[in-house]
Design a protein around this ligand. Sequence first.
Ligand SMILES: Nc1nc2c(ncn2[C@@H]2O[C@H](COP(=O)(O)OP(=O)(O)OP(=O)(O)O)[C@@H](O)[C@H]2O)c(=O)[nH]1
Ligand SMILES: [Mg+2]
Length: 360
Amino acid sequence: MVKRDLGSDALILSTRKLGGGTSAAKTLFEVSAISGDKKPRDSARNEAPPWESFEAVKADLTSIKEMLSFPVDAGGPIRRILESPGAVDLYMKLVRGGISESNARVFLKMGGALDDGAQRDFDRVYEQVLAQILKVIHVADPFRPNGEQVVAAFVGPTGVGKTTTVAKLVAEIILKQKRSVGLISIDNYRIGAVDQLRTYAAILGVPCFAAFTEADLKVAFRRLCDRDVILIDTAGQSHYDLARMDELARLIRSQGSIKCHLLLSATTRESELEAATKSFNRLPCTSTIFTKTDETRTRGIIINQALRSDLPISYVTTGQKVPEDIVKATKMGVLSLVLESVHNPPALPARTEKVTLFPA
Ligand SMILES: Nc1nc2c(ncn2[C@@H]2O[C@H](COP(=O)(O)OP(=O)(O)OP(=O)(O)O)[C@@H](O)[C@H]2O)c(=O)[nH]1
Ligand SMILES: [Mg+2]
């Protein structure tokens, strides 16, 4: 019936049994649906005012909310957002770009998007909202020369790009900063892990040692004492394997000078990022590096993470190519990376569920 009335692309937003008779045929159902293409279907609607697009945006928002099991706070900010086409549009963009709904609401509120009259100058409001987002982005440069040897260990979940990032950084530190680098691998979990780092070390012409115990690590440090920077590649860790995490923490803490950098893939689900952040807190982490930002259009999670964790962002990696696909984090750089997804968010998944109006 929905398809007959609204066309074959119609989207069913909700179905609700209203009760009724005892037989299925007499039971009443309420079905909320919108036309899939949202094109006007009759001449009267063809003449609809520009407001029509606001209705379409509202419908999209409803669909996103439903997709995310969004709890509607009827009297709160959501109601204020829904009253303003500009606010709906911006809210929807932020959420689809990966910024969580609650964070998006706060940014809109702080940026004045919910104030009376905000709609009159929404370009200014948009800038104010961006300024609020910019405020929560903190960056750090762990390799700024300060006259002391820098020792950095790269930690994080499996496969996020630790070894590749170490190789990219070696090239950056040697070529751009003209400083000497030494490498240590403490990855004794994966066959070939040390060889992967050794291959990069050979190509880049830097010494590389494997160290699996505190004693090995001491020896490696002695041999690399003349290097400006020591980069340590570690084995990927499941953030749920706390025993292994503590083992790594002991090894790292055995050398007081090691500072950890937590690598997180921008493609990771929000809940897992949250869990990883908590677990990797056991290590002396001083910055976050976001990897695989090229593989996602929901980079707003970087902002959610910035609000969740005190760690500044030091680098962002943007692809598989060594050494070029890495950029030093700057506040504006991170913001524009996030805005790329805010303005080109992923397409909404096609809805495939079938609704049986009269179940047997
Ligand atoms: N698209 C994309 N791929 C990346 C990026 N960084 C690393 N990769 C790829 O991710 C894969 C895993 O990279 P590794 O450097 O081996 O990851 P790892 O964290 O060292 O993995 P483990 O040591 O097994 O935990 C490789 O195919 C890399 O090329 C990035 O920024 N973008
Ligand atoms: Mg590795």
